[in-house]
Structures are given as structure tokens and as C-alpha cells.
Write a protein that binds this ligand. Structure first.
Ligand code: BES
Ligand code: MN
Ligand code: ZN
Length: 488
């Protein structure tokens, strides 16, 4: 597998008080009001004659002898925040995508917090520049970007530079998550993702433990063993620990790592479903990628993470409907649909997380098609058992511009939908409220620990290039989890 984060890391990101003379494309912010940067060589009315009014999202490319000049619309002063700068930076990167040496003064627009601004601008440019190259042959491949200079003058420059470094680490993590999810399923199985975790752990200041099938059997992880039964590829559970000195808070993360979800015996009907199910490990990818960045961004929270990785396949040895599994915490589950497999592997991961007595647990999973019906492709479902912790997750979501919307984890009303005559619960809750019944199922494994669940089945991918995203996997949740860990 190509390590996209290494590609992004190899982009030389620097900060300077002036525009480097060798920049081939330079972006200047222009608001709806106020002065137009003189370097653009155009008056406001001349810009307007070309259809550019400085609105957020607009760009105007001005060819010049020295390279490309780009007017980047940033809108009204009171619209400018880190999220709008990230989007503006992405728009700049898209119009300058043929260029290798970019520079921009965007981080000084609006005078917002310089560290947040530096980070957002670097994130926007790098994330919008990412393209999955994978197994294509030929030469017009991938991003052209080699150098990015964030230009910031005066008192802001030191803090902008610090933010730019943080943004570089965050963008590297998010592109790594995209790369993992874009990789074809046979090129990234459970063993491969565990190998990736082991390979990055040392540099990232993480300790790593990998559990194989025998370990999982010995540990009583019935969900992992059950889901893996139909597959010829062995399962892996990866435990990652980040333990900074002096940490007082402990956060646990669990990621769904279904390397390919065929549905199992309850096989998915239709190629369109199957075609995207190599991305059913997007939760595990987000967790692994977030963990990989904690040291670089200076996180002071202790974080322990579990990646629950296996295929879900039909075969002569696969789970049968009516089979009953015993999960790590001892609870029993009647399997009435093998395509509801994410909750089975997460059950073991959540049980193990509870055993470590963390202050809170968050899981992230491409869990239900139902969340697409409820919230559409852009917004993740957020459910949980502890409103203050849910509010923290929502605050991180707002801050990093990875949208989530809370749905009710209505145990009192809907727990009965999971009642089974044969076991403590069944793994499906009927045709309605599928995202909610899935989260109620998960909460059976989180004990008394404050718990939040992110269902990212919608935003795990985009179908075309838009903003910071390029067609394919989005790495959604990586930036949210980094922010959550850092501010926990
Ligand atoms: N991985 C799927 C959910 C999914 C669907 C993710 C579309 C991304 C895009 C999950 O394992 C699944 O199959 N869920 C079932 C649950 C049902 C059987 C209760 C679903 O949503 O149909
Ligand atoms: Mn499934
Ligand atoms: Zn799945």
C-alpha cells in the first residue's frame, strides 16, 4: 500500500513573512468589502467585471508573467473562521492543481486566531490536493504539489507557523485514512492494516499489540470470531496506546474494521453495495490515523484504541442465522442477519475498552444504511449515553467541520426491539430506526462508562471532487477524533 501520509508529509510546508519568488501560484484573500491586495493588480470593479465579488467559495485566476495569481473569496468579515479558511484554501488548491509551488496569505485573512488559521489553511490545501493514485500506471498521477508557503506578516507569524505544523500533521493523518479506505480489499486485509499500525507506532509514540485468531478465541471475543468465520483471511485486533507523561484523562476509541463487508450469508443484493464495501473499515482507519497524529499535535490526553479488523464473507464455515454468539463481556447475541456484523465486532472492542476503566469511550463505524436515510451522505449520526460527552464530540465536529447530528439512543422505548427468545439480544432491531437500535445494541457493551457512537456510513466517501474531498474515501472522523482527544 502507498502511504499517502508520507506523500503529504513530503510536501514541504513552510511559513514566511513574504511571498517566495519561486512560487508558481499565489493566492490572496479578497473579502466582499475592504481593500483588494495590490499584488493582484486589479481593482474591485475590475474583479467584479470578471464575476468575482469576494464571496466565500469564489476564486478568480489571474494569469501573470510570474505565475498564477489567484483571488480567493473569503466573504464578509464576520463569516471568516477556521472552517471558512479551510474551505477557501481548498478552493485555491483546486484552481492551482497544475502547480507545484503554492503560496498564500490566506492565514492572515480576518485576523482570526493565528494558530487555528495556520492549521486550517494548510489542512485545506493539502486535503484538497490529495488524490488516490493506487494502482494506476502512467505519468499524470497524483498531486503536483511539492511546496506550500504560508505567508504571514508581523506579530502573527510565529503562531501561524506553529499552526501550520499542526495542520500538516492533521492533514497527513486524514489522507492516511483516505488511502487505507481507498485501497482495494485484497491489497489491504486485516493482517495488512495491523502491519501498518505496527509500522507507524514507534515514530508516533504509540505502543501496539496485535491479537490473532487464537488470541481472540482465548479472550472470548465471540463477535470477532463469529464474523470472521466465513472468511479465508484471518482476523486481527489491534490495540494502540498513547500515554503522554502527566496525563490526567483517559479516552478510549474503538473503530469498525470490516475490511470487506459482503453481508455474509445475508449477502448484500447488488453490485452498487458491494463496490463500496472495501471502505467498511473507515472507522478503524480514522482511529488508526488519529492515533498516528497525537504526538505530533502535542495531545496531553491518554488515549487507548482498538481496531476490530476482519472480512465479513459467506462460505461453508460462515455464521448461520439463528447462531448465538457469546461476546467478550459475557452477553449472548442471536444472529438474525449476518450483514449486521459491525455491531458484533464492536461489541468485543467496547467490552475490552470498559475493562480499562477509561473516562469515556467513543466508537466510529460505517454501521448502518439507515443513517443515510436519516441524515444523507454528508452528515454522521451521533448517539450516546452521556450528554456532556456527546456535547464534546459535537463541539469537535463543529470545530473541524466534520458535520454530525445527534439522534436519540432511546433505550427505554426501543430496547425491546432487540429482545430475543434465545439470547440476551438479537443483532437486528427490525425495519425502523436502524441507527438507533444499532446504538442501543452497542450500549449493552459500554457498562457505566460515558459513551458516544459515530455512524459514518454516509460521509465515509464522496462521489465526486468537492471542497477538501476528492472522489472516494474522505477520512471522515480523523480530524474530529484528534480534536476530541486533544480537548478531552
Ligand atoms: N457496512 C454496512 C452499512 C453501510 C451501508 C455502510 C452503506 C456504508 C454504506 C453494515 O454492516 C450493514 O450492512 N448494515 C445493515 C444493517 C441491517 C442488516 C440491520 C444495513 O444498514 O442494511
Ligand atoms: Mn454489513
Ligand atoms: Zn458493515
Amino acid at each position: 500500500m502507498t502511504d499517502a501520509s508520507a506523500v503529504i508529509r513530503s510536501v514541504n510546508v513552510s511559513t514566511s513573512k513574504s511571498v517566495p519568488s519561486d512560487a508558481t501560484a499565489v493566492g490572496y484573500p479578497v473579502g466582499e468589502k475592504g481593500a483588494v491586495p495590490r499584488q493582484l493588480g486589479m481593482s474591485r470593479s475590475a474583479l467584479a467585471d470578471n464575476g468575482f465579488e469576494g464571496k466565500a467559495g469564489q476564486t478568480l485566476v489571474i494569469p501573470s508573467g510570474a505565475g498564477l495569481l489567484v483571488a480567493i473569496g473569503v466573504g464578509a468579515d464576520d463569516e471568516i473562521d477556521a472552517n471558512s479558511l479551510r474551505r477557501a484554501a481548498a478552493a485555491f488548491a483546486r484552481v492551482a492543481s497544475k502547480h507545484s509551488r503554492l503560496a498564500t496569505t490566506l492565514a492572515d485573512a480576518g485576523g482570526i486566531d493565528p494558530e487555528a488559521a495556520g492549521s486550517a489553511v494548510v489542512e485545506g490545501v493539502l486535503l484538497a490536493s490529495y488524490r488516490y493514485v493506487g494502482l494506476k500506471t502512467g505519468d499524470d498521477l497524483g498531486s503536483k504539489l511539492t511546496d506550500l508557503t504560508i505567508v504571514s506578516g508581523g506579530k502573527r507569524s510565529a503562531a501561524v507557523a506553529k499552526g501550520a505544523g499542526v495542520g500538516h500533521a492533521i492533514a497527513s493523518a486524514a489522507t492516511f485514512a483516505r488511502e487505507l479506505a481507498n485501497t482495494p480489499p485484497t491489497h489491504l486485509n486485516a493482517v495488512d492494516i495491523a502491519d501498518q499500525a505496527v509500522a507507524l507506532a514507534d515514530d508516533a509514540g504509540l505502543t501496539v499489540e496485535v491479537f490473532n485468531k487464537d488470541d481472540l478465541l482465548a479472550m472470548g471475543c465471540g463477535g470477532m470470531i463469529g464474523v470472521n468465520r466465513g472468511s479465508t483471511e484471518p482476523p486481527r485486533m489491534v490495540k494502540l496506546s498513547y500515554s503522554p507523561k502527566g496525563a490526567t484523562k483517559h479516552l478510549a476509541m474503538v473503530g469498525k474494521g470490516i475490511m470487506y463487508d459482503s453481508g455474509g450469508i445475508s449477502i448484500k443484493g447488488g453490485d452498487a453495495f458491494h463496490q463500496v464495501m472495501k471502505m467498511d473499515m473507515s472507522g478503524a482507519a480514522a482511529v488508526l490515523s488519529a492515533m498516528s497524529a497525537l504526538k505530533a499535535v502535542g495531545c496531553t490526553t491518554k488515549v487507548t484504541a482498538w481496531l476490530m479488523c476482519t472480512d465479513n464473507m459467506p462460505s461453508g464455515s460462515a455464521l448461520k442465522l439463528g447462531d448465538v454468539l457469546t461476546m467478550r463481556n459475557g452477553k449472548t447475541v442471536e444472529v438474525l442477519n449476518t450483514d449486521a456484523e459491525g455491531r458484533l465486532v464492536l461489541a468485543d472492542g467496547l467490552s475490552l475498552a470498559v475493562e480499562e476503566e477509561p473516562d469515556a469511550i467513543v466508537d466510529i463505524a460505517t454501521l448502518t444504511g439507515a443513517v443515510l436515510g436519516a441524515l444523507g451522505p454528508d452528515i454522521a449520526g451521533l448517539l450516546g449515553t452521556d450528554q456532556p460527552f456527546i456535547d464534546q464530540v459535537k463541539a469537535s465536529s463543529d470545530k473541524v467541520d466534520e458535520p454530525v447530528w445527534q439522534l436519540p439512543l432511546e433505550k427505554k422505548r426501543y430496547r425491546k426491539l432487540l429482545d430475543s427468545p434465545y439470547a440476551d439480544m438479537k443483532n437486528i432491531g427490525g425495519p425502523f430506526a436502524g441507527t438507533i437500535t444499532a446504538s442501543i445494541f452497542l450500549s449493552e457493551f459500554t457498562g457505566d462508562v460515558p459513551y458516544a457512537h459515530l455512524d459514518i456510513a454516509g460521509p465515509m466517501k464522496v462521489d465526486g471532487d468537492e471542497g477538501i474531498y476528492s472522489k472516494g474515501a474522505t477520512g471522515f472522523g480523523t480530524r474530529l477524533l484528534i480534536d476530541l482527544a486533544c480537548n478531552f
